[in-house]
Write a protein that binds this ligand. Structure first.
Ligand code: FES
Length: 75
């Protein structure tokens, strides 16, 4: 299904962007170019984003892994 008709972006592409770290409409706009033209896709993009986002526990785990990796690089 197309989420953004202007940029021909599908829900699959949105889910892939979320899997690669997108967490906000701003992220999706940056990564996929949605919302840049008419903006009618914002609501649908938000729904797709919210339904694709990982549960908070996974996000917390990812944040801890990033922090641990950053600390390791500094040591
Ligand atoms: S439908 Fe996405 S900018 Fe127009």
């Amino acid at each position: 299904m197309y989420v953004c008709v202007c940029k021909a972006v599908t829900d699959r592409q949105v889910r892939e962007a979320v899997a690669q770290g997108a967490r906000s409409l701003r992220d999706l706009r940056r990564d996929l170019g949605i919302i840049d033209e008419c903006g009618r896709c914002a609501g649908c993009a938000r729904q797709c984003l919210e339904s694709s986002a990982p549960p908070p526990a996974i996000v917390l785990d990812m944040a801890l892994q990033c922090r641990t990796a950053a600390i390791s690089e500094c040591a």
